[in-house]
Design a protein around this ligand. Structure first.
Ligand SMILES: NC(=O)c1ccc[n+]([C@@H]2O[C@H](COP(=O)([O-])OP(=O)(O)OC[C@H]3O[C@@H](n4cnc5c(N)ncnc54)[C@H](OP(=O)(O)O)[C@@H]3O)[C@@H](O)[C@H]2O)c1
Length: 325
């Protein structure tokens, strides 16, 4: 049967192009359908068949960077489900406040570990002492920092560099190394690694942050693969903008909206996906963004778009600063 019989009026070259085009559209349609099915499972089905965190994973949860933002909400949501919480963060007064709040509201035990992840290796011995004799069921590797606003690399400080390395990156495998053996011996547990949509491709003007989040994303996905079948759940979370201190540098990315959830909205969505999604944006509107990026946007488009967007955020921030002077 010739090409003309299938699609009349087309030459051989046009016929080949048409077939390639159709195959591409079918591929996109299948990917989108698959994303919708997964989205329904992660954000809707998971609410009907809720996990019992204490029974499924264990009695204690550890949350890093839990005195504010997303980490604080993870600590509260986990406590709400009956878990005792080990709170690890930098500012003692904020830690004490969160600990009291959780104790009073949910009646669970809490323990505070005050330290600076910027210090690097020596802190993990101290953390290990706090974890002794505790059945850690959930570890949330949440602690993270970002440049105070988008900027050219030459303007970042020495502290910025070591913060991104010690806080965003080193803390994730180091905390995992402390807690994973106990989970393996019990054959259950969950490790949640908070990466970012910023780690999907490099982001100009936020290169060091984006690279640090790609590290978390890759490490977490590899860990998930290695421990499938061991009873341990490893989840990678890749959010887009969430309204927290981290996004305070610009109203454009800080003002809560459907696309920019508060930390509370974000975490109450994200925690439902635990045990259902191995890698998730955590929040349905961010899921659409991640799907668009992964399906329709190539690396060049992503980098160009983000360069323009960060340049605009920077320009807007400077304009507002000049106005308020
Ligand atoms: N917000 C977003 O738009 C967004 C998007 C994607 C991914 N994320 C990721 O989500 C995670 C949480 O971000 P967030 O927005 O919740 O940030 P946040 O509001 O700035 O909170 C960060 C938390 O980490 C603690 N922390 C920071 N540096 C620390 C250090 N050196 N040692 C110990 N604790 C430290 C802070 O403690 P103190 O303030 O008490 O010192 C605070 O409790 C990060 O990994 C971030 O990369 C955020």
């Amino acid at each position: 049967m010739g090409c003309d019989a299938l699609i009349p009026g087309l030459g051989d070259f046009e016929y080949v192009l048409t077939v390639v085009g159709l195959l591409y559209v079918v591929k996109l349609a299948i990917q989108t359908l698959w994303a919708i099915v997964n989205g329904i499972r992660d954000h809707w089905w998971s609410r009907l068949w809720k996990k019992h965190l204490v029974e499924d994973y264990g009695k204690w949860a550890v949350v890093t960077g839990c005195s504010d933002g997303i980490g604080k909400e993870y600590a509260k949501e986990l406590a709400k489900s009956g878990m005792n919480i080990i709170l690890i963060s930098r500012t003692l007064e904020k830690l004490q406040k969160v600990s009291t709040e959780i104790g009073q509201e949910y009646g669970v035990e809490t323990e505070i570990v005050q330290l600076d992840f910027m210090t690097g290796r020596p802190i993990y011995e101290d953390i290990a002492k706090h974890l002794e004799d505790k059945e850690i069921g959930v570890l949330v590797n949440n602690v993270g920092v970002m440049l105070s606003h988008p900027m050219e690399f030459e303007l970042s400080s020495d502290k910025d560099i070591w913060n991104h390395i010690n806080v965003n990156m080193a803390s994730v495998p180091a905390m995992t190394k402390l807690i994973l053996p106990g989970m393996l011996s019990r054959g259950k547990g969950a490790i949640i690694n908070v990466a970012s949509i910023a780690g999907l491709h490099p982001i100009p003007l936020m290169g060091i942050y984006s690279a640090s989040k790609a590290f978390v994303d890759y490490f977490s996905q590899a860990l998930d693969w290695e421990y499938r079948g061991s009873g341990i759940t490893v989840q990678t979370v890749t959010p887009s903008y969430v309204s927290t201190n981290m996004t305070k540098f610009s109203e454009l990315v800080h003002r809560p909206s459907v696309l920019i959830p508060t930390a509370q909205t974000f975490v109450s969505n994200a925690l439902h996906t635990l045990g259902y999604a191995r890698r998730t944006s955590g929040y349905w509107a961010h899921g659409i963004q991640v799907h668009m990026v992964e399906t329709f946007v190539n690396k060049w488009m992503f980098m160009y778009g983000n360069y323009m967007w960060n340049s605009y955020l920077l320009w807007n921030m400077k304009k507002n600063q000049a106005r308020s002077r």
